[in-house]
Write a protein that binds this ligand. Structure first.
Ligand code: MN
Length: 425
């Protein structure tokens, strides 16, 4: 479990001037980890600081950082070493970048020159459904008397999704083909007519548990390496038709975008808040004193749209969703513990999606399927949307906020929808 220490000190500033700007996503209190390349050099690990990246390979070569595992081409090794290793790295990097330390611009790369990659090869991706409001709003259409799945209040419901189609923020998504049934009962096959986003949090796993070895709630927090933004792109017409009885398949495996920077569990220590009260109380294996007092995270999350017309007119992205991660009915620790209840081995670098982060407010509907229940969205450009159109870009942002702490950002998770390909002959 993360402790508050000198790295969270609100008075700490960096010799990287852009990190000290009010409202910066990456002040010295954040220090998120990612994998980047710049120029002809291959992928390497880095830490975001202001508008710069600390090149961890160069920092090790200059004897500024001690752990040689961060010289690898991904974060896999560091994730496998677990939370102690990332906490030690955080302390070293914070000291190195602090005002008063000798400035070392030679180990920095401007973000504007970098291309971001997935932080590691993800071997497993499971997606949860932990928001009461998301389930309740969409479930009412199916059964107004019993909108929630029967297990919803008893365990964090999830399915195994597709790791191979995880993409890093910035990569375009192609409108997929699929099969569905029209309202009149006739069959359709072609480019989807119902492309949606789901605003979610990604939970990155640290360390491994052997198969057959559950992860109790007392150890679950230490299995969380960090967090990012996740767009669980959803093909609603395909999903509705294919779901019964085995659950989501092609409606979800099309692509899933994750933000490039992993905000570590250590960085988020000041933003831990009590988990929402559960009714009925969770069974003991999904409960712990720490989870009740610290299990949730105060992160404001937004989803915005930028249409081709808005882009041409120089308009700002329009915010469709403005929500709060702390309201999720199930916490990340309960997702980890539940996932390993049967001895399922969670591996370093696995990703858990939180499920659509919807809240009770009208503005906190975190996908178009929910927003569309009250009619079309009208954008400032005068355009309307029910689903995502070709050329539309969806942009997620996240910001952890708490009294007495320097607020930290998640960067962006963005993706533009490009037109469907011609079906191959
Ligand atoms: Mn989802």
């Amino acid at each position: 479990m993360a402790q508050r220490d000198a790295t969270h000190d609100p008075a700490r500033r960096s010799w990287v001037a852009s990190a000290n700007a009010p409202g910066a996503d990456f002040p010295i209190q954040n220090l998120p980890l990612g994998v980047f390349s710049a120029g002809l050099a291959g992928p390497r690990c880095g830490v975001a600081i202001g508008d710069q990246i600390l090149d961890l390979r160069a920092a090790v070569d200059a004897d500024l950082v001690m752990n040689p595992v961060v010289k690898e081409t991904s974060l896999a090794g560091l994730m496998a070493q677990g939370r102690m290793a990332s906490a030690t790295l955080r302390a070293e990097v914070s000291a190195l970048l602090s005002e008063g330390a000798t400035p070392r611009p030679d180990v920095l790369v401007p973000m504007s020159r970098a291309r971001m990659h997935l932080p590691t090869t993800v071997r497993n991706f499971s997606d949860f459904m932990a928001s009461y409001d998301h389930c309740a709003r969409l479930g009412v259409r199916r059964d107004p008397k019993n909108p929630l799945p029967p297990a919803f209040r008893h365990l964090p419901v999830a399915y195994h999704s597709r790791a191979s189609s995880l993409r890093v923020s910035g990569e375009a998504i192609t409108r997929p083909h699929g099969q569905w049934q029209r309202q009149d009962g006739s069959m359709a096959f072609g480019p989807t007519e119902a492309m949606d986003y789901e605003l979610e949090m990604a939970v990155w796993i640290a360390g491994d548990n052997a198969i057959g070895e559950p992860v109790p709630m007392s150890r679950a927090p230490d299995r969380i390496f960090g967090y990012g933004l996740l767009n669980d792109w959803s093909v609603r017409d395909v999903q509705r038709w294919e779901m019964p009885p085995l659950g989501p398949f092609l409606g979800k495996s099309v692509s899933t975008s994750v933000s490039a920077w992993i905000v570590t569990a250590e960085a988020l220590a000041p933003f831990e808040v009590p988990a929402p009260v559960q009714d009925p109380p969770a069974l003991p294996y999904l409960d712990s004193p720490w989870n009740r007092s610290n299990g949730a995270l105060s992160v404001r999350m937004t989803a915005a749209i930028l249409t081709p017309r808005m882009r041409a007119e120089g308009a700002e992205p329009f915010i469709l969703t403005d929500t709060q991660f702390a309201g999720m009915y199930w916490t990340a620790a309960t997702m980890v513990a539940h996932h390993a209840t049967n001895g399922c081995n969670l591996l370093a670098g696995d990703v858990l999606g939180s499920g659509t982060v919807s809240g009770p407010e009208e503005t906190a509907r975190a996908c178009l399927a929910e927003i569309g229940l009250t009619g079309l969205v009208t954008l400032p450009s005068g355009e309307t949307r029910k689903w995502i159109q070709d050329g539309d870009e969806i942009i997620f942002r996240g910001r952890a906020e708490a009294p007495g702490a320097v607020s930290i950002g998640f960067g962006e998770c963005r993706g533009v929808l490009t037109p469907a390909i011609a079906w191959p002959a």
